[in-house]
Design a protein around this ligand. Structure first.
Ligand code: PBG
Length: 326
């Protein structure tokens, strides 16, 4: 039926019908807050390129975790900043490494918080690449699977609730699944960073996690921003290998990928609203150029509308304080 019989504005005339017709919502249950944990005591280092975010030592991390839970944020994603690095990243996988220590502390002091740990080597290698290097400076896929699996098992033994491999090696989900199962962790879910792009939007994160590559770039393992069909192949592989949740990262510039994933696979989907997306909002807000609360709300709604079930976002804590979602 065409105009004038049809007038779409009729249902926009008051807030009751507008709310009645609302197709998409964001709940705090959908949000995951990333946190950076470092060694030492009483440390709260502001991350300059990410206003409002900090590197926290475990004592301060616990305070933050309690605050988040009180605000209604029930899950976090942990990144570790170690006090020493090595060639392969294996230093991340020891019992007393930063992430296993942090997991144990949270699980004993804030047991109701759901702890997801990012799994990658780039924060732990001296060269800053996500895996073990070959003699000609390439990342060795199959050797890297070993260190990733060791990390996962170490995190699992410390009591992590979910692991999230972000390295983009081929075959890592299957390899990690097997390692977890062999060690008795058959019920531990894997959230796969499946379609992870080689993106400039990770710039601020690499300051935060001190994980920028010392040479070259990540284009031999992370995806080209130009590709979309390839993302579906990556996602399909991870599903076949046993991923419980698939992720698209970054979020805003890749909402078409989120939607294609939703339309093609019957899987829980996570989108990562990454550091650069956060910092752009913060910078514009600090200049008074945008209405930060409305912009953040619109960003989160857009990511959900595209098809994401859950969103990893540095805005989570503030969103909970602002009460713009419930
Ligand atoms: C580790 C990892 C990165 C991010 C999450 N896990 C950085 C990278 O791949 O360089 C980026 C997160 C963000 O930008 O907020 N591989």
């Amino acid at each position: 039926m065409a105009f004038p019989i049809t007038r779409l504005r009729r249902l926009r005339m008051n807030s009751i019908t507008r709310d009645m017709m609302c197709e998409t919502s964001v709940s705090l249950n959908n949000l995951i807050m990333p946190l950076f944990v470092c060694t030492g005591n009483n440390i709260k280092n502001p991350i300059n390129s990410m206003p409002g975010q900090y590197q926290l030592s475990i004592d301060n991390l616990i305070v933050k975790c309690k605050d988040l839970l009180k605000l209604g944020i029930r899950s976090i994603l942990l990144f570790g900043i170690p006090d020493h690095k090595d060639e392969t990243g294996e230093c991340a996988a020891h019992d007393h490494a930063i992430i296993p220590k942090a997991i144990r502390a949270i699980k004993s002091q804030v047991p109701d918080l759901y702890v997801i740990a990012d799994v990658c080597n780039c924060e732990y290698t001296v060269h800053g690449h996500c895996g073990t290097l070959t003699s000609d400076g390439q990342v060795d896929n199959d050797a890297t699977l070993q260190t990733l699996a060791k990390q996962c098992v170490a995190f699992a033994k410390a009591g992590v609730d979910m692991v999230a491999p972000s390295d983009m090696m081929d075959g890592r989900i299957g390899f990690i699944r097997k390692a977890l199962d062999n060690n008795g962790f058959t019920n531990l879910p894997i959230m796969a960073y499946s379609a992870k792009y080689a993106s400039a939007f990770y710039g601020p994160f690499r300051d935060a996690a001190e994980s920028a590559p010392k040479f070259g770039d990540r284009k031999s393992y992370q995806m080209s921003p130009a590709n979309s069909n390839e993302a579906l192949r990556e996602i399909e592989q991870d599903i076949i290998e046993g991923a419980d949740i698939v992720m698209v990262k970054p979020a805003l510039p890749y909402l078409d990928i989120v939607r294609r994933t939703k339309d093609n696979f019957n899987m829980p989907i996570c989108a990562y609203n990454v550091s650069g997306e956060y910092s752009m909002v913060k910078a514009a807000a600090a200049n008074g150029w945008i209405d930060e609360k409305r912009i953040v709300n619109e960003i989160l709604i857009s990511i959900r509308r595209a098809g994401a079930d859950m969103i990893i976002t540095y805005h989570a804590e503030e969103v909970a304080k602002w009460g713009i979602v419930s």
